[in-house]
Every structure is written in C-alpha cells, then in structure tokens.
Design a protein around this ligand. Structure first.
Ligand code: ZN
Length: 275
C-alpha cells in the first residue's frame, strides 16, 4: 500500500531504528527493492529524483509503475513514493498531483527566510493531500554544516515533517572522510524533536549508521551504493558473456547485487526494531 511517511518515521524515532530510502532509476530497480524489502518485512521509501522522473517519462509514469508493482507483486509492506531534492514548488505540486505520498523541497541554497517561505508554500499544498514534506537546512556537499539555531527556527516556523541536516555528509563517493559531526546531529535532534534524514549515507560503515540512528536519524538515503553494485555486476556479466544481447539478461544481471545491498542495509537500519 502507498502511504505517507509520517507515522512510519514517528514509529522509527520512538523505536530507535531507521527506514531505508532507496533511489530508483527504472522499473527493474523498483521491482528489486520492493521484493527485497517485502522479504525483510521492512517498510520502504522509494526515492525518485527530478532527473529520474524525466528518465522514466514523467510523474504519472512513476506513480502508476509503482502502484502496479505493489499490486502485481503482492507487496505487503508499506511503501512511500518520495520525490527527492525537488528544487521548486511546481515540481512538488506535479508529484503530489500524480499521487506521490512524500516530497522533499530543497531550497537549502537560498537564504534561511527564502527556504522557510518556499517550504511553507509546499507544506500548505501537501497537507491538503496528506503528503509528507522533507526540507534541508545546510549544504550536503560538505561546504556548510547546519547551524543549530537556523534549523531550530526553521522547524518552528514551518512545522515540516522531517529535516535533512548537513553534518559533513555528502552525496556520491567519499574521497576523504567521511567526518560526521555526531555531536551536532544529536543537538539538532534534541532541539527539533522531529525525525531526521541522513543524505549521502552510501559508503558509511555500520558503526556510523548506527550512531546516526542513535542520534535521531530515521530515514537513510541510499543511492550511490546501489549504482556501484549494479554497474559492477553488469560489467562483470558482460565481460564473461560477450555474445549476450537480451536486455532482460543484461539488466537482470544486476538484480542480486541490488538485493544484497538492500538486505544488508535493512538489517543495520532495523537492528533495534522490535518485531
Ligand atoms: Zn540527497
């Protein structure tokens, strides 16, 4: 069933565990992630970037694909369909109108006041449709750590459902580090009292992820780990199968690699959950 993320993340915060937000690029990735999470009995957040939405063909294509997969694959766990890093109100509106159940408005490159204004615009539209809203304060390229006063006043003035802080986490592959400021993360959680989101969690070891969850992170975004695992499996398959031309075999040769990552992450994310 497609649901918003509010209750799932509130339960996770209470229970001291996290839910995986896995980025999808096509139907196959969505299928693999849904099947893996269903067998782990884990709720799942399927995250789709604006670029991936264009790649799929549009917001309605994504929504109807996911809805149909849930139905045809008999997926029993709750599924959140989430727009990742939207940079405009109109992008969020398009996703909400198409049936997405969660959106992230990322106005973090603007002033705090502008970020608050844009986030509130999205919230007022999203709430009417029972859609969750995530926002970002700070910069997720490692250049600007979240300011504690800024994020506290942001959450107070927006009543956003979840917030993504910058604590040294970055998208993509960590070349040096990662050096995460867990003290800051813990202070943010104590101050804002809403579920926190950790972006750029690919490449973080088990200890770092568990510490982040302990500090109040309830949604953990995984993208790069899946991309690297899938690509290296497919590359290997093609090296050993030079004559293959069936696209189902080629794309499908990355299935096990994606499922392995999702199972491993879910095990860490849910380690404190009482079944
Ligand atoms: Zn991100």
């Amino acid at each position: 069933m497609l649901v918003n993320s509010n209750e799932l993340l509130k339960d996770a915060l209470k229970g001291g565990y996290a839910i995986g937000a896995y980025n999808i690029n096509n139907l196959e990735w969505a299928k693999y992630i849904l099947e893996a999470c269903n067998s782990d009995k884990s709720p799942v957040i399927l995250a789709v970037s604006e670029k991936s939405i264009s790649y799929f063909g549009g917001y309605h294509v994504v929504h109807s694909t996911i809805k149909s997969l849930i139905n045809d694959l008999n997926i029993k766990v709750p599924v959140v369909l989430h727009l990742d890093h939207a940079h405009s109100f109109i992008s969020c509106k398009n996703a909400i109108d198409a049936g997405f159940t969660s959106v992230m408005i990322d106005a973090s490159n603007k002033s705090l006041d502008e970020n608050i204004k844009e986030t509130n615009e999205v919230i007022s539209y999203a709430k009417k449709k029972n859609v969750s809203v995530e926002a970002e304060v700070g910069a997720l390229d490692g250049s600007l750590y979240t300011n504690l006063n800024d994020v506290s006043s942001f959450v107070m003035q927006t009543e956003v459902d979840t917030v993504a802080p910058a604590i040294g986490n970055k998208h993509g592959v960590y070349k040096d580090g990662p050096n995460l400021d867990f003290e800051l993360l813990g202070a943010i959680c104590k101050s804002v009292k809403i579920p926190l989101v950790l972006h750029g969690a690919s490449g973080l070891d088990e200890n770092k992820i568990k510490t982040a969850i302990f500090c109040g992170v309830c949604k953990i975004n995984i993208n790069t780990d899946l991309q690297i695992a899938w690509t290296s499996a497919v590359r290997k398959y093609l090296e050993y199968n030079k004559d293959v031309y069936d696209p189902r075999l080629i794309i499908g040769s990355g299935e096990a690699a994606i499922k392995k990552i999702v199972h491993e992450k879910n095990k860490i994310f849910l380690s404190n959950r009482a079944f």
